[in-house]
Design a protein around this ligand. Structure first.
Ligand SMILES: C[S@@+](CC[C@H](N)C(=O)[O-])C[C@H]1O[C@@H](n2cnc3c(N)ncnc32)[C@H](O)[C@@H]1O
Length: 357
């Protein structure tokens, strides 16, 4: 991680401008969203380097000239557009806002899941509770509510979650099946995507998905549709309740984008309970996005920003961790890291853990 290790090379004049960008960041965010929502960036893109007038844009969109005007003038200030002889042309940042899947996924997640709740960040930090979660529903954490979220919000949450893990699956499957596990326990298996990827990759493996009941209903419906109900089982549990039993007899325990949903104390408890059911040859594979292991600054920015979703909306006490934090907890739980592989998918790290001798 070469970035974050030295002061930024920036003039005071430019730094002052950066500070104004932060002061108006929610305005920029909503303008970007509306430029996309009302197809203005698409219409401007379609007009190529010739560009578009405000009148053209008002005619081709549902908006008044006034509405188009305030949006595209701010678009200029945000570097999304430039002016060519008084006509608006798409610039490079606008191009990526329009076409980059990751920007779209992050933007929809931020708007639908986080935006209103983030107003309660201050209170969430003080109380250690997700005070912004009330903007979505009445639960202690977001997880029991996931399957009950309104459809557009649910879609943005799942697209965000899946976007990052899906990109990692292809390169992970050969690594995971290297030691030929017969029974995989997918802890926090969500909608069953990983379980189905495993049963598709290997014709003999059995998978148990441990998760909350709401997620398991969706997962098992997907399992039925895929026709692998004889090989995939549901194990309904709340892992925050230490008195609940833990699925035994796994050759490989799998935790993907899962431990970041818990505080350090909760992680240690979950890891210790996993250790208590592992046999000498089983392994625990942890897939996480650590901010210190990102190859690019853009990745570290996205990962650190995601932490605040956990603070204000998801649970109030978890985050995207520094790798050293998790490595310490893994060791305290009685495990050692046998393999530590970075740069999987979009900045994931795989930690392959075994019982200490
Ligand atoms: C961020 S999702 C990760 C999903 C999936 N493993 C992936 O890589 O895309 C976290 C999962 O952990 C589950 N989870 C969160 N809190 C839980 C709890 N207390 N008990 C059981 N599962 C829980 C959630 O329901 C969700 O399916």
């Amino acid at each position: 991680m070469p970035f974050y290790r030295s002061p930024r090379l920036i003039s005071a004049f430019d730094a002052k401008f950066e500070a104004q960008k932060i002061a108006f960041a929610p305005v920029s965010f909503q303008v970007a969203r509306c430029l996309l929502k009302f197809d203005l960036l698409q219409i401007i893109s379609d007009s190529g380097v010739k560009g578009c007038s405000t009148t053209d844009l008002a005619t081709k969109s549902k908006l008044s000239e006034y509405a188009v005007g305030v949006l595209i003038d701010m678009g200029l200030s945000m570097g999304l557009l430039y002016l060519n002889d008084g006509l608006y042309v798409l610039d490079k940042i606008g191009h990526f806002l329009l076409h980059d899947d990751m920007a779209k996924t992050n933007l929809n997640f931020t708007h639908d899941v986080c935006y209103q709740g983030l107003f309660e960040l201050e209170a969430s930090l003080l109380e250690g509770k997700p005070k912004g979660l009330t903007s979505l529903g009445d639960w202690q954490t977001i997880y029991p509510g996931l399957s009950q979220l309104p459809n557009d919000i649910k879609k943005s949450w799942f697209e965000f979650d899946h976007y990052y893990s899906d990109h990692a699956f292809d390169s992970l499957l050969p690594l995971i099946f290297k030691e030929n596990p017969k029974h995989i326990v997918d802890v926090g298996g969500n909608t069953g995507k990983w379980a189905l990827a495993c049963t598709d990759y290997n014709s003999l493996v059995k998978v148990t998905i441990m998760d909350l009941p709401g997620q398991l209903d969706v997962a098992m419906e997907n399992v039925r549709i895929a026709g692998v109900e004889t090989r995939v089982e549901a194990y309904s549990t709340d892992l925050l309740d230490e008195s609940n039993p833990f699925c035994e007899n796994g050759d490989l325990y799998w935790m993907s984008q899962f431990l970041d949903c818990f505080s350090e104390t909760e992680i240690l408890s979950i890891l210790k309970r996993t250790v208590s059911v592992m046999h000498q040859n089983s392994e625990l594979c942890i897939l996480e996005t650590f901010w210190d292991r990102q190859p690019f600054e853009a990745g570290a920015f996205c990962v650190n920003a995601t932490s605040l979703y956990f603070t204000a909306i998801a649970n109030g006490n978890s985050r995207m961790y520094h790798s050293k934090t998790l490595l310490k907890l893994i060791s305290q739980a009685g495990l050692f890291v046998d393999e530590d592989i970075d740069s999987i998918g979009l900045g994931h790290t795989l930690l392959r853990c075994k019982l200490k001798p």
